[in-house]
Design a protein around this ligand. Sequence first.
Ligand code: AHR
Length: 489
Amino acid sequence: MNRMIINADLGKLTISRHLYGHFSEHLGRCIYGGYWVGGDSPIPNTRGIRNDIVEALRNIRIPNLRWPGGCFADEYHWMDGIGPREQRPTMVNTHWGGVTEDNSFGTHEFLDLCSQLECEPYICGNLGSATVREMSQWVEYVNFDGVSPMADLRRENGRADPWGVKFWGIGNENWACGGDMRPEFYADQYRRYACYCRSYGENRLFKIACGPCGPNYEWTEALMRGIPRGMDGLSLHYYCGSGEESRSATQFSEIDWFHQLKRALVMDELVTRHTVLMNRYDPEGKVALIVDEWGAWHAVEPGTNPGFLYQQNSLRDAMVAAVTLDILNKHCERVRMANIAQTVNVLQAMVLTEDEKMLLTPTYHAFEMYKVHQDATLLPLDLETEDYQMGEESVRAISASASRDADGKIHVSLSNANPNKDIDVTCEVRGVDCAGVIGRVLTADKMQAHNTFDQPEAVKPVEFDGASLTGGKLLVKAPAKSVVVLAMK
Ligand code: AHR
């Protein structure tokens, strides 16, 4: 019933490490009270950035970080966030809680964060409410090495060398918070703004257009038709919401579990259909599909600011991450970057903080287990799975992906969405002789299990002894509601 064939000698495509990217916005306690505590804080930090968060994110090999938004990006004026901090003007963060943004975390601080994380920065520019000149000057400030007004200003602000940022977003959600535009109008605006974002020196910019929200195929079609060149990536945003009856991150029933996973699996259809459209206009696959916002979106934790989007994170969220990453892996030919929202203290976060305390969420652990797929070769996988049934509806019970890394090691990630039943999966591994298998599993007694500041290790991966390998046949007993990652050599 549950069978898999892995063709270990037939892999052709690389799973870009950038599929495992992240997104952090000036929203709630993501930046302030999250990464950024300031240099005078008693919380251990390097130039104002929390050391424990940096260490945790380096451990999952964070490949890139998208910033400063989100909706915030299209009202952000980058020049307000450079120069002496005490002289930076303030602004109102109208989208997120109406709080005052003091601009103490700006371009230099963000790029310092990326260098501490050893990840690639992905800057999202303001097309909605800033000028072409402003976006063009930001690129010049960050990337130009010669003598120019912006490069000189950067030097005055203490940074001699350009950073050489490659990934630039030209606006965010311009169909809504980024200017409420029609697709044809946005396509023309994109062409104009992107035209003045120059590549300096060896660094060729990778320009990303604001793509659709979920199933808005008209938006994709209008952009693919309207922007025949000068677009390296087209973004896609898809949030899979929360439960069906409860939107709480931790107080939910099996109905909510089921519907959350059902909605997460919709990513497969979205990516497939947007890819079909892109193939029509771009058969050579030059334009990447960039899923630069995705994840679960629950109700905020009781008593917290509704505009801060602070939510807990349970085993269910780890399942959402696992099935989504499997889908992204599968589509890695067209999907070359993705960014889960939003890393710290916001939406489906990797880490939560409370003053000096920090915890790792179940989603963090899924990312940590899946990091083995980064830059590995995707191995073709045929999967036959039973369904996980809920009343009249069903989803596939098992999701999986397989890859081979640079050392020849084969990794199989596999999750069982059924919270009530262990499932035996038989797997034929063709084209290689592997001597043994080891693995880890992430599961818990309850679907709602999560980590708290009092019990930060309630959900974490442990060694897995439910897999065996004999004569090319792999047998896996996938525990109910679990994520398993296996390594074979
Ligand atoms: O991630 C939160 C918000 O969701 C982002 O600011 C916006 O782009 C999206 O609607």
